[in-house]
Write a protein that binds this ligand. Structure first.
Ligand code: MG
Length: 373
């Protein structure tokens, strides 16, 4: 039984190109499957989340991060009686537009575009992937996803101004997205905040003492674990404490969102859409803890000296390749040279680079710009 404010697949605004119904999968289940079978989805395996493979084979990449977010999202969507199929499709598609080399790659690509008065945005890029770049079906371009999945790709993590983005006007920019989409931004954070502590500790870039001192909510759970399991290895205590943090964030998101729905007397999907703010949220106390974890990770991991070299390499590779193709468009593959006839050259180069895996962009760099070392 879905809640009254859940998205009902029978009420979907449908696809750009109408298709006959499938005998045993509803439209959101089909969209979920189309995302999983997309080439861009498979490429997530070789895109950096935070760490490159240089450190270990155990770290998350964008694909395993995406699977974790999908799992968290399914659980929370089920607890809130939301549409699990839609929520899962949105989780699986949420990072599809990310360029190689994680945040550093994105920053460099955006900077290269800004030099031409343009910009790079991974949500908008994801929309271009599913609307245009994926070519799988004879009857239509792209994946022909339902309106609700396309809307969620754009609106899950931020609001777009309709004056600045007239091309997005069909996505009801003056309204809040459904709860299924609102969840993604928060389940994404639950996923990477806990996973990055885990990977950072495993990589010996963060010490246990450092995490205990810098993340009070982790310290609270760690003390409990130490009393309960005084004789087990530190790594197991760490795991138990991290599990405590994880469950606290997920549990709080469920109960607080339920409370906010009740407080605002939300009963229908239009109630969610018309509400003045997003309703999926942590309590202020847990929101502050979430922010503490995030700030800790920025300071001690993302901007750490240990990862600085890797980030500099990433920025240099993206920037130099962008400049190379700007000056030598004839070196682009034919498909992109043809596209440059219809769109601006920087946009075409940006699309090409954004789609690349870490491995492929390094190969391109070595081919056109010289050694990466
Ligand atoms: Mg993500």
């Amino acid at each position: 039984m879905l809640a009254g404010y859940a998205v009902q697949v029978e009420h979907s605004r449908g696809r750009r190109f109408p298709e006959p119904p499938h005998p045993y999968r509803n439209d959101f289940q089909r969209d979920r499957d189309r995302v999983i079978h997309a080439r861009a989805f498979r490429r997530l395996e070789d895109k950096t989340q935070v760490f490159t493979r240089r450190y270990s084979d155990h770290f998350r990449n964008r694909l395993t991060h995406t699977i974790e977010v999908a799992q968290i999202t399914r659980t929370i969507a089920a607890a809130l009686d939301l549409n699990i199929d839609l929520a899962e499709a949105l989780a699986l598609v949420h990072d599809l537009g990310h360029p190689p080399f994680g945040h550093a790659g994105e920053k460099a690509l955006d900077a290269a575009m800004r030099a031409h008065g343009l910009f790079f945005d991974h949500n908008l890029h994801a929309l271009r992937i599913v609307e245009d770049f994926e070519q799988r079906y004879a009857a239509f371009p792209g994946l022909n996803l339902t309106f609700e999945v396309r809307e969620g790709i754009i609106k899950h993590s931020r609001d777009y101004d309709s004056a600045r983005h007239p091309e997005l006007s069909e996505y009801l920019l003056d309204q809040r997205p459904p709860l299924e989409a609102q969840l993604i931004d928060l389940t994404d954070e639950i996923g990477y905040n806990t996973a990055d502590l885990d990977d950072g500790y495993e990589a010996h870039l963060l010490t246990l003492d450092q995490i205990r001192a810098g993340v009070p909510v982790f310290e609270n759970f760690f003390r409990e674990v130490e009393q309960r399991y005084p004789n087990v290895a530190d790594k197991l205590k760490f795991n138990e404490a991290l599990k405590g943090v994880f469950n606290r964030l997920a549990g709080n998101l469920i109960t607080n969102t339920q409370a906010r729905l009740k407080q605002s007397a939300i009963e229908t999907l239009p109630d969610i859409r018309k509400h003045k703010e997003r309703l999926a949220a942590f309590t202020p106390e847990v929101e502050a803890e979430r922010k503490q974890i995030r700030d800790f990770l920025y300071e001690n991991l993302y901007y750490s000296v240990s990862l600085a070299g890797e980030k500099d390499d990433a920025e240099r590779i993206v920037t130099e390749l962008f400049d190379f193709w700007t000056n030598t468009p004839s070196a682009l593959p034919h498909y992109y040279q043809e596209k440059a006839g219809q769109e601006s050259l920087p946009r075409v180069i940006c699309d090409y680079i954004a789609g690349m895996t870490d491995h492929f962009i390094i190969e391109q760099y070595e081919k056109h710009c010289g050694s990466t070392r």
